[in-house]
Design a protein. Sequence first.
Length: 232
Amino acid sequence: MDMIGVYLKEAFLKEGCPVCRMLREFEGKTLATILYEHSNDPQVITDFKKSLGLCPYHAWKLFETSASNSLYDPLGVAVIYERMLAHYLESGENVKEEECPICTLVEEKERIVVDSIVKRIDEILEYYRDSPAILCRRHYRMIVEGLATKAPEKGEELKNIHKKKLKNIHELLKGFIEKSSYMYEEGPSEEEARAIRSSILILKGEPLAINQKGFVEKSSKKRGRVIFGRKN
Ligand SMILES: [Zn+2]
Ligand SMILES: [Zn+2]
């Protein structure tokens, strides 16, 4: 098995969405590399300038990463954002803010990971079947789309396995609600409690910038939206 196969296997044997997990780890490594080696790199500064210091999600993630580990010198973030502030002062309010380079990198990585899963679907299905992993909606759809032309029968197999997992989480969540009632002395199990997080993960994916885009169907963009029961 090649390296990507090893990473995929590991991700598919753990709890949560394997693709989100791999992207989160990739994003973490990318931010760490910037802080560790490249905060003074002119190319990095140029790339950052185009987006005026990344998207809000990655700018704060970079800041949090630097603050959370004593290995990183806070000087790294200071150097980068001193350059960004200088650029803003020079350019004024017409300063351009293009696509965040880290979002672009993560999107490329996502494509590579999904393609690799499609290519290795035989092995992947074996891991996925009995593991606590569950694909989020976005990544499930991307994989199913990839399989539609390359291996439709495997796509059907994935659909069946996935549906079983969704039903299982649904049952666990219903169990959690039911056993939270005072009539149950024992209360919900740990597994049932974990189903709360899993249900959000299934629908929305991990809290990553890439998942903010979600899957909004065009037909759902109606006028006079109702938010929390109130028209706005
Ligand atoms: Zn995902
Ligand atoms: Zn970004």
